[in-house]
Design a protein around this ligand. Structure first.
Ligand code: HEC
Ligand code: HEC
Ligand code: HEC
Ligand code: HEC
Length: 368
């Protein structure tokens, strides 16, 4: 299936004439859309209106401890976080005219209370039985809510750093992961989180509220700029870029995560409007990128992902099939994430965005 492309291109030719650079840039419209059958898609889109549940996930407010708890040990990472849009949205968002406009169009009087905005712009915590936003997008938005793993994670199994045995350390990490900690090594879970917010899988918010229909997000370029905080394992000597192998894994799994998120988003599309059109385009472009990676590497998992995603039509009222395809993509991607380290992926280097594309400024650690 993979190597018999409908355009009849040979496996050695790239799928699209556009460079990876263009794709990682601001526009979500990098491909010649006629090429990818958007017209057929538009004809196939149908009208309907159903109430849909929210897809994006803020960390469970019952399980959130707050960034202050992490800061006790992670001072550098916390300082770096404080310079990001993720941190600043907490105080800035409610003051933006556009935010008030979107909230009003959605029928919300207050942004920080009971609104859908809480699911992506804020971290909330239950205090005195009330859900209260306590920060913007925070440590636990990306590494998982910590109530059940915080103590175990930082305790060195009740010993000092150098007296904890490797077996005990291994058990400690396993316990933390079982309790919901998303460590960087769980690359798929980590990148999937980013896309669950940045694709903006909320039809009403986009069509009725006028909210942006997703960010021009790509995980390497968006994680290696202002978000980067690789300061722990080198004792705050530097805030170094991810290694070449790591970037390959992030890029390949980011593409899979984007595909999964866009298919899920499309599954919830009910009306032929800006939301459905944007999500369909996004899914189509992610499929093209995935296919390109599969061709370059010929790794069986990537080929399976392409096959799982290409069999399904990007149309309205196709929830069951789109959801099944998205789940299949995720299942294979998780296996890929656990199996490979990145050394097998040299063939995709030319697609990975370079430092000029990194989003925002990298912050240097403060000398201790
Ligand atoms: C009591 C101190 C302490 C607290 C509190 C703490 N950590 Fe850590 N954290 C550590 C230590 C120690 C390590 C490194 C452990 C090791 O290498 O065995 C670490 C490592 C990490 C890592 C890297 C994991 C990896 O795979 O290498 C992440 C991510 C992390 N912490 C996130 C958090 C978050 C998020 C919080 C708050 C919810 C938090 N930590 C709270 C002590 C702490
Ligand atoms: C599904 C996740 C999600 C939800 C829910 C959400 N947002 Fe956003 N919002 C985002 C993302 C991601 C961005 C960044 C978009 C970008 O990269 O340009 C954003 C950006 C914005 C911006 C800045 C736009 C700009 O161009 O400066 C405003 C204003 C905003 N959101 C308001 C709101 C309001 C108000 C609500 C609630 C009614 C809300 N958002 C709910 C994810 C979300
Ligand atoms: C936007 C998502 C996001 C937020 C917010 C976030 N992290 Fe991370 N964190 C990551 C990613 C992604 C990595 C892995 C980067 C990589 O592998 O290149 C990481 C890595 C880490 C590491 C390992 C660093 C190293 O040197 O190896 C620690 C420790 C950590 N985060 C702690 C925190 C703490 C504490 C906070 C809050 C102050 C936080 N993170 C906020 C996404 C996030
Ligand atoms: C819980 C939802 C959520 C998650 C998870 C999340 N983001 Fe974001 N991110 C947002 C929102 C909302 C904004 C816009 C904030 C604003 O400016 O008001 C944003 C903004 C950003 C920006 C700043 C963009 C700019 O305007 O320059 C970067 C970079 C970014 N995110 C990277 C990441 C990366 C990388 C990850 C995953 C490791 C991630 N985000 C995970 C919601 C999220």
């Amino acid at each position: 299936m993979l190597f018999s492309s409908p355009q009849g291109r040979g496996p050695s030719q790239p799928l699209s004439g556009h460079s990876a650079r263009g794709e990682a840039g601001r526009s979500l419209n990098p491909c010649g859309l006629a090429q990818i059958g958007i017209i057929a898609l538009l004809l196939a889109l149908l009208l309907s209106a159903t109430v849909i549940p929210s897809l994006a996930r803020a960390p469970d407010s019952q399980q959130v401890v707050g960034a202050g708890e992490c800061a006790e040990c992670h001072k550098q990472e916390t300082e770096i976080w404080k310079a990001t849009h993720h941190y600043k949205t907490f105080s800035r968002l409610p003051r933006k005219k556009l935010a008030t406009k979107i909230a009003k169009a959605m029928g919300f009087k207050r942004i920080k209370s009971g609104s859908i905005c809480l699911t992506c712009h804020f971290t909330s915590k239950v205090k005195n039985k009330k859900v209260k936003p306590i920060a913007g997008i925070s440590c636990e938005s990306c590494h998982g809510p910590a109530k059940k793993w915080l103590k175990r994670h930082g305790e060195y199994s009740g010993k000092k750093k150098h007296t904890e045995t490797p077996t005990q350390a291994k058990k400690r990490w396993a316990d933390a992961e079982a309790a919901g900690m998303i460590r960087p090594r769980l690359t798929y879970a980590l990148t999937k989180n980013c896309y669950s917010c940045h694709v903006v899988p909320e039809e009403k918010l986009v069509n009725q509220g006028g909210h942006p229909a997703g960010s021009p997000f790509e995980v390497v370029s968006w994680s290696q700029g202002e978000v980067r905080h690789n300061t722990w394992h080198n004792n705050a000597k530097e805030n170094g870029e991810a290694s070449t192998e790591r970037k390959r894994m992030l890029y390949a799994l980011g593409t899979a995560a984007e595909l999964e998120a866009a298919l899920h988003a499309m599954a919830k599309a009910t009306t032929k409007d800006r939301y459905a059109v944007t999500m369909a385009k996004r899914a189509e472009i992610a499929r093209l990128r995935m296919r390109r990676l599969a061709r370059a590497t010929r790794l069986p998992e990537l080929i399976q992902i392409v096959d799982a995603a290409e069999g399904v039509h990007l149309t309205l009222k196709n929830e069951k099939k789109l959801t099944a395809a998205a789940n299949k993509v995720a299942e294979i991607a998780r296996k890929f994430s656990a199996k490979y380290k990145g050394s097998e992926l040299a063939a995709i280097d030319r697609y990975i965005p370079d430092a000029k594309k990194y989003r925002g400024e990298v912050k240097a650690p403060k000398r201790k």
